[in-house]
Ligand binder design. Structure first.
Ligand code: SIN
Length: 295
């Protein structure tokens, strides 16, 4: 397998220690756990999504592990503005704050709280199960453009996390680009559900949730491939990545970096594990393989 040259990289306005980023929603609720993942080999980390008001989230069960994947409907639980002090000590580190809102104004307000602390902002326009938030806005290209613009005009690196639950993801990617996105992240979870045959009712408290992990990797590769042909901003691949070979495949599809989430559940040392096989002193520059599957 091809290996990459190690070293820091700047992607979407954020300088990362390597190409591997902790995805939003996993170990991202405290400054201590984010710092721990940086010390354990993550090149950058994304926080749990923070919104305009504190939120308890959906009634449980909120998460089930199934067939190698994870189905969740957490419901965006978060402490809102109190999270600013949680990450103050990480101000000089590659910490990207994931935020959500119901309007462009709410996105701008939440992003502003993190000016001077966050290395960048990731807009959650893609959670598939939070009424009035996430994909409720992120499936409408005009709203994607206006939410993106509301944050990008603040001058902070602005990443937009896209939903795969649309007919044409390139229309959403282009809308983010029009709003001034510094990078697009593809993909968030795939809307899904399971039913307990014993209880004769949906397994999740919220009925519907989002599927992540290995089962969605081929969907994520397809989305990144399509976005690479339609957009100019860097793409960060996300969805079911768990090996160095997955990282290389994502890059060949067009990703400049990747985010890893569900695989951290199975192996908290996943960043060190992948780094050992992905990088070598005689590795090629990442630019040599990014998008090469399109040639
Ligand atoms: C959640 O908190 O419900 C998950 C967030 C997401 O899917 O973006």
């Amino acid at each position: 397998m091809v290996t990459l040259r190690p070293g820091p990289v700047t992607i979407g306005g954020v300088t990362l220690k390597n190409h591997l980023i902790l995805a939003a929603g996993i170990l991202g609720t405290t400054g201590a756990s984010l710092d721990r993942m940086l010390r354990m080999g993550a090149g950058g980390v994304v926080t749990k999504s923070i919104g305009p008001e504190p939120k308890d989230g959906h009634a449980g069960p909120c998460l089930v592990v199934l067939n190698g994947g994870i189905l969740n409907a957490m419901g965006l639980p978060n402490p809102s503005r109190d999270f600013v002090s949680e990450i103050e000590t990480l101000a000089k580190k590659p910490v990207i704050v994931s935020i959500y809102g119901g309007t462009p104004e709410e996105f701008a307000m939440v992003a502003e709280w993190f000016k001077g602390t966050a290395a960048g902002i990731e807009l959650n326009l893609s959670c598939p199960h939070a009424e009035g938030y996430g994909s409720a806005l992120g499936t409408d290209p005009d709203l994607v453009t206006s939410c993106t613009r509301a944050v990008s005009r603040l001058g902070m690196p602005t990443w937009i996390k896209l939903t795969p639950n649309v007919t044409d993801i390139t229309a959403i990617g282009k809308a983010a680009e029009e709003g001034g996105a510094s990078a697009i992240v593809a993909i968030n979870t795939v809307k899904a559900m399971r039913i307990s045959t014993g209880l004769k009712r949906p397994v999740l408290g919220n009925r519907f949730g989002g599927l992540s992990g290995k089962p969605i990797f081929p969907i994520a590769v397809r989305c990144v491939y399509e976005l690479y042909e339609a957009c100019k901003v860097p793409i960060i691949g996300c969805g079911g990545i768990s090996t160095a070979k997955d990282v290389v495949e994502m890059m060949m599809a067009g990703a400049s970096a990747v985010q890893i989430g569900s695989a951290v559940h199975a192996d908290v040392r996943i960043f060190e594990t992948i780094t050992k096989s992905l990088y070598s002193a005689n590795g090629v520059p990442a630019d040599g393989i990014i998008g090469c599957a399109h040639d």
